[in-house]
Design a protein around this ligand. Structure first.
Ligand code: BG6
Length: 513
């Protein structure tokens, strides 16, 4: 099968704004354009586990144009093709098909070099022009920086030296992966380094949570239905809990994770983006500019609620047992110093200083090696205030849960009368499992790579969003840096006790893990 035969299959549902019933909102008119994508760091973890498998899945599903080329740039190009094949077999969503792989490998090319090697970048430029001429393409290039942030500036500078950042014909887009800095100041410097070379509209910052279907569904659910918005404010909502719990640890990732920790790894980006989607006002249109404008507004109004010693917690997993097998604590993981102060669990409380949200706490938590893997947003409503004392005692707090993973779906918890005599109210749940209603969704990276090729920046956080998020968590990081070590929690638990206290002091409790 050739790429063009694969191409004839059904296209990816257009419009990253999502489809609501029969109606589409968002940038539905954009198409995936012929282009060459250069992945810097093609032999790294992210490229092998996520990017190349996603590109394979896109080819498998006929989503990429026949003249798409993938150029891998790496220091060591020995056996790259075999390594990528193994990665695709292990990590692609769709089954491995030798004809699809053969079609893709015809389009994969390699350039060897380091990220400060001007001669290698000149070779890259020549290779891209050659591919344009060979296929009659017009010079559309995506530069995917799957490299540590310390190499961003060097790669960008080399691209500029070789004139690859601008073009009289075709477009140039650069994709960067988090972490977007270490704090506000470093994030601003990174922004400056990128914008020295590429205009802001050509910079795509990947936050893969925004490529997840349930996350995109937050906006569809809120704004395409009539029943939620009237309740979406501090008169009806008691609090919101945002949880991202993982059962895996950080073994093998010391190089990245030590000194970064849970708050920088996922709260600054994924979880504050979820908060922005839950709390933002309705955009005037479902396009990149309008959605970004609303996210920026709500993130600018977001602030930590204190006192931080009581409203936040951090922890580090200790040893534990999983399925009868002992598992090491962080301090015993390879690459982590025994006295590492890196937190693997973080919880905090934020408020949003707007008329809609004043007084509603948002509790956010994340952790590694917790009891189970889950990512969800739970919006808890204020229980009904009126009625007899007995009715008040029986009243329940309705909870609307957006389940991002696993088993993405939506749940609504309500109270219902138990059958039989008397009026006994029992909490029951109404649920919708996306997988039982819709076809399997593409992986987040498939969606996001397609959006870059389509030029749709809706699902990519802007520099201002990133900076607003650092502004929220920087004071907490400074507070933690000021004293002690994270609290210990056993692997397989719900986190440190100090996290329980954040909610119990307010008379609430975390949803169980
Ligand atoms: C990444 C973090 O951004 O997200 C990882 O760096 C984390 O630490 C991962 O494990 C989780 O992603 P997902 O999609 O599996 O929830």
């Amino acid at each position: 099968m050739t790429v063009s035969e694969v191409q004839e299959r059904d296209p990816l549902p257009a419009g990253s704004g999502g489809r609501v019933g029969e109606a589409s909102i968002g940038n539905t008119g954009l198409v995936v354009e012929p282009a060459s994508m250069v992945i810097f760091g093609i032999t790294g973890d992210l490229a092998r586990k996520k990017l190349v498998p996603a590109i394979y899945d896109l080819v498998h599903g006929g989503q990429l144009p026949p003249d798409f080329d993938l150029v891998g740039f790496a220091r060591d190009s020995t056996d790259v093709e075999t390594r990528l094949r193994e990665a695709v077999i292990a990590h692609a969503r769709t089954p491995f098909d030798t004809s699809v792989w053969a079609a893709l490998t015809e389009r994969i090319h390699f350039v060897q070099g380091s990220f400060d090697d001007t001669a290698a970048f000149a070779g890259l430029a020549a290779r891209l022009v050659e591919l344009d001429v060979r296929r009659g393409k017009s010079g559309n290039y995506v530069f995917y920086l799957s490299v540590p942030p310390s190499s961003f500036a060097s790669v960008c500078d080399q691209l500029a030296i070789c004139g690859l950042n601008r073009s009289a014909h075709g477009w140039r887009r650069v994709v960067v992966e988090k972490p977007f800095g270490h704090d506000l100041a470093s994030s601003q410097s990174l922004g400056v380094a990128l914008e020295r070379v590429f205009p802001p509209s050509s910079i795509y910052r990947i936050d893969h949570y925004l490529g997840k279907e349930t996350v995109q569904n937050i906006l569809a659910l809120r704004f395409a239905n009539g029943m939620f918005e009237p309740l979406w404010n501090n008169r009806h909502i008691d609090h919101v809990q945002i949880t991202m719990a993982e059962s895996v640890g950080v073994s093998g990732r010391a190089g990245y994770y030590d000194g970064v920790g849970a708050a920088r790894d996922v709260i600054q980006n994924h979880l504050l983006q979820l908060l922005a989607l839950i709390a933002m006002e309705e955009p005037v249109a479902f396009d990149a500019d309008s959605i970004a404008a609303e996210k920026i507004k709500v993130l600018s109004a977001t602030e930590l609620l204190g006192p931080l010693a009581e409203t936040s917690a951090r922890g580090q997993y200790g040893a534990g047992v999983e399925n009868g097998v002992p598992i090491p604590g962080l301090a015993d993981e390879a690459g982590f110093p025994a006295d590492s102060a890196t937190e693997t669990f973080a919880a905090l409380t934020v408020g949003i200083a707007t008329r809609r949200w004043a007084g509603v706490p948002f509790f956010i938590r994340t952790g590694k090696r917790l009891a189970r893997r889950t990512a969800e947003i739970a919006v808890t409503l204020i229980p009904p205030a009126h009625g007899s004392p007995a009715a008040r005692a029986a009243a329940v707090s309705n909870v609307l849960v957006f389940r991002v993973q696993p088993d993405d779906g939506i749940e609504l918890h309500i109270g219902a009368k138990r059958p039989g005599g008397g009026m006994h109210i029992q909490p029951v749940s109404l649920g919708m499992d996306f997988r039982s209603v819709f076809d399997p969704a593409p992986e987040a990276y498939e969606r996001l790579i397609c959006d870059v090729l389509r030029g749709d920046a809706t699902l990519f956080p802007r520099r201002e969003e990133v900076e607003c998020s650092w502004r929220v968590i920087d004071p907490l990081l400074e507070h933690w840096a000021g004293f002690g070590r994270p609290d210990n929690y056993p692997s397989g638990s719900a986190g440190p006790e100090s996290a329980e206290r954040i909610l119990s002091r307010t008379g609430r409790e975390w949803r169980s893990l």
